[in-house]
Write a protein that binds this ligand. Sequence first.
Ligand code: SF4
Ligand code: SF4
Length: 147
Amino acid sequence: MPVSLPMAEPPKPMVHCLDCARCCTYVAVGINAPTRPKHATEILWFLYHDKTSVYVDGDGEWCVQFESRCRNLQPDNLCAIYGVRPHICRTFDENTCEVNSQEGTSHTFRAPEEFLAYLQQHYPRVYRQIERTHTVAEHRPKPVARG
Ligand code: SF4
Ligand code: SF4
């Protein structure tokens, strides 16, 4: 009887910057990991705002991200100030960026409930410290069943 072998996922097709421009449509800033109640509620505060998300990348670095298009991004996706663009813009690399990376190990939170479920699982002590005093009941994950 033939045995079907597991198939490797085909690599994602490469996206080029001029077809994308994603890097020029947000601002991301490093923040503290939610290792303390104050840091965890800061992340909740970010997530209470429109067009704001928080992510942790594969290296464990936490960032807040604000969706905001750069004023220098032209309709054809070219940069109007390319020759004098900031240092950070010069680090954009289409080979390793979020769109083309094959690793996909980052975790993005777009709503308080997504973050609280993660916090309960990965930082349970911090979660318990803020649960009653700093979270909205509707955002809390369901209690974990004890066996
Ligand atoms: S570096 Fe990646 S995410 Fe940024 S514009 Fe280029 S293809 Fe898009
Ligand atoms: S300055 Fe240019 S490269 Fe930098 S974010 Fe704005 S449009 Fe993109």
